[in-house]
Ligand binder design. Sequence first.
Ligand SMILES: [Zn+2]
Length: 219
Amino acid sequence: MVRSTDWVERTFGRFAWRDHPIKRGMIEILGEWKRHNIISFAPPFELRDARGRRISVIHCHRLLAPALRRVFADLAARRIEHLVNTFDGCFVARHMGWDPRRSLSRHAWGIAVDINARLFPFGSAASQDPRLIAAFARQGFTWGGEWRTPDPMHFEAVDVPQSPRHLDILVDGERVASGTLWDGRAVAPVREIAEALGAAVEARLTEGKIEIHTPGGDC
Ligand SMILES: [Zn+2]
C-alpha cells in the first residue's frame, strides 16, 4: 500500500521548499513547518547507524512519534530489538533516491524510517525479519520491500494510529472506573467494574487468574 502525496500533505502538512544549493538531492524546507512539526526523542534502547555511531535522538513528525515509540516498545517487550541492526534515519529533507529530478521522499515529512540499510539495500529482494515488519504494521507502517522496485530498508506511515484514549466507565449512568481505548479495545479495571455490578473479585495472581463471583453464583 502507498498513500498519495495528497494524503500525506493533508495529514502531515504542506511546506514550501527549494533544492539545497550544495547537497545534491537534499532540499531546504522554507517557513515554519519544520519547527512546528519535526520533534526529536531518545530511542528506548541502543541504536547505531551504519558507521557504528550511537544514535542519541530520532527526528520525526510529531504525529508519528507516538506510533514509532510504540514500535520500539513493542520490539523491546518481545525482546527482539536486536532485529534493528542499524537505524538509518527518519526525518531527512530530501528527494526520493537523493535524486533532485524525482519527487520528495516521505523522509522529508519525517514519516518514514530506514532500518538495516546495509543488509537490505534499495532494490534488493532481501526480506527483513517478518517480526519486524509485523511490529511496524501494527502501528500503521507499510514496508517498502514489497514495492515494484523493492526498498526493503524502508518503512513508511500509511496510517496514524490513535494514542490510547481515556474512557469513563459507567454502570447504570454512574461512573465507576476509568479505562483506556487501545487499538479499538477497551482496557478497564476488573475489580471496580465487577464490584459495581455487585460481584466479588478474587485475585489469584500467582495462578495468573482473576475470578469473579457473581451474587447468585455458586461459590
Ligand atoms: Zn527510506
